[in-house]
Design a binder for this molecule. Structure first.
Ligand code: CP3
Length: 357
């Protein structure tokens, strides 16, 4: 046996990957969406010297440091690469910048032809994300996993069509999807094709799982629209990534999607993990686990911010309800920027102390 083979055998496989693969684990793994960034003073210190966060993403040395900051402070089982859903928008030729206190602003939408031509250069133009992943993987302990990600095509399309986000931007994007479905579908399909090589590049650079953040899934409660703008694109992404020979688990996050749409989503897309919203009935989560998919979620971010006994009671309830099946402990959405770090530590430690029956 050569050294390389013996090395792969003795490397501890991350708990996060063992849990998703339905192996018997001692406890659920834990990480939090938006764990890197604004809730940490060391991030804010680093950020103070930089024009905007997209400049941080483009510097692999700095982005790797920001990815690792929460890993040093908390007992998370997985790191998520520090990047943003808009790096793909930039690579397709649309300008993006952040207005202080107002969120993202986007320049004029390039033509579909121009964006289609840009797709083949996506892995090269976003090589900085790959380099960040390589740097993090080299430093992260082998028992902790590294997650890559992309925005969901519909979520990206809402920002790219309207030029901004928020309630108003979302309402406008949805009105466009209803009034001119062909135009919106063409953009969603193009973003779907651009996302595949981007995720493949991330897996080849060291990402051990890939999450699709479809943050505006909740704005499409009608089954037909949800099928066309969320389910089909995600199914195509999973298929495209697999066709490229990448077999890392894929986490679908159709944020706060209507409950009756979740099972069709899981079945049609073939994701290995589905990330659930805070309102998900516990029984519903168990049914999904029984159907062969791992679940992730679904602690209310506001409870994490609030802390105290209401937080610990809910963490306990989720552990009792879902740790009998494949479960990744997480939030229903991201860590709120003003969350006290003691609350994060308390919740993470409560999960890591838990032992499955
Ligand atoms: O989870 C992580 O810690 C990894 C990094 C990450 C960021 N954005 C960094 C970031 C991830 C996974 C994202 C995803 C993302 N970005 C989503 C999907 C998930 C979600 O939260 O719904 C969306 C919709 C975006 C788009 C985006 N990026 C917005 C609307 C904003 C501005 C508002 C805000 O939340 O601050 C960003 C900026 C952004 N992306 C920050 C961070 C840490 C704030 C950066 C800063 O100003 O320093």
């Amino acid at each position: 046996m050569n050294d390389r083979v013996s090395e792969t055998i003795t490397q501890p496989r991350p708990l996060f990957l063992r849990a998703i693969a339905r192996e018997r684990v001692e406890r659920p793994p834990v990480w939090f969406m938006r764990q890197a960034g604004r809730c940490l003073p060391e991030y804010r210190a680093l950020r103070a010297g930089v024009r905007d966060m997209l400049a941080l993403c483009a510097d692999p040395r700095v982005a790797a440091e920001v990815t690792l900051q929460p890993m040093r402070r908390f007992a998370y089982d997985a790191a998520i690469v520090f990047a943003d859903i808009f790096v793909l928008t930039l690579a397709l030729g649309q300008e993006v910048w952040f207005e202080t206190g107002e969120g993202p602003r986007l320049g004029e939408l390039p033509s579909l032809e121009a964006m289609r031509e840009a797709i083949q250069a996506v892995p090269r133009n976003l090589a900085y994300v790959g380099e960040t992943l390589q740097r993090v993987r080299a430093e992260l302990e082998p028992e902790r996993a590294l997650i890559g990600f992309a925005g969901g095509p519909w979520t990206l399309a809402t920002y790219m069509l309207v030029g901004y986000g928020g309630e108003e931007g979302r309402a406008k994007a949805k009105a466009m999807a209803l009034a001119d479905p062909a135009r919106v579908e063409a953009l969603v399909d193009l973003l779907t094709e651009a996302t595949i090589p981007y995720l493949v590049m991330q897996a080849r650079s060291g990402a051990q799982a890939l999450q699709i953040f479809e943050s505006w899934a909740q704005s499409l409660p009608e089954p037909a629209l949800f099928e066309r703008l969320v389910i089909r694109p995600h199914a195509r992404i999973v298929q495209g990534v697999r066709e490229a020979g990448v077999d890392v688990p894929i986490i679908g996050f159709p944020r706060e999607a209507a409950l009756p749409l979740i099972e069709p989503y899981v079945q049609a897309t073939g994701v290995q993990v589905v990330s659930l919203g805070t309102a998900t009935p516990l029984e519903f989560g168990r049914r999904l686990q029984g159907g062969g998919v791992a679940i992730q979620g679904a602690l209310d971010p506001e409870l994490l911010r609030a802390g105290g006994t209401s937080l610990s009671a809910r963490v306990q309830e989720l552990l009792e309800a879902w740790s009998g099946g494949p479960y990744v402990f997480n939030l229903g959405h991201g860590v709120p920027p003003d969350t006290p770090i003691e609350h994060i530590a308390a919740a993470v430690n409560q999960v890591t102390r838990w032992r499955n029956p």
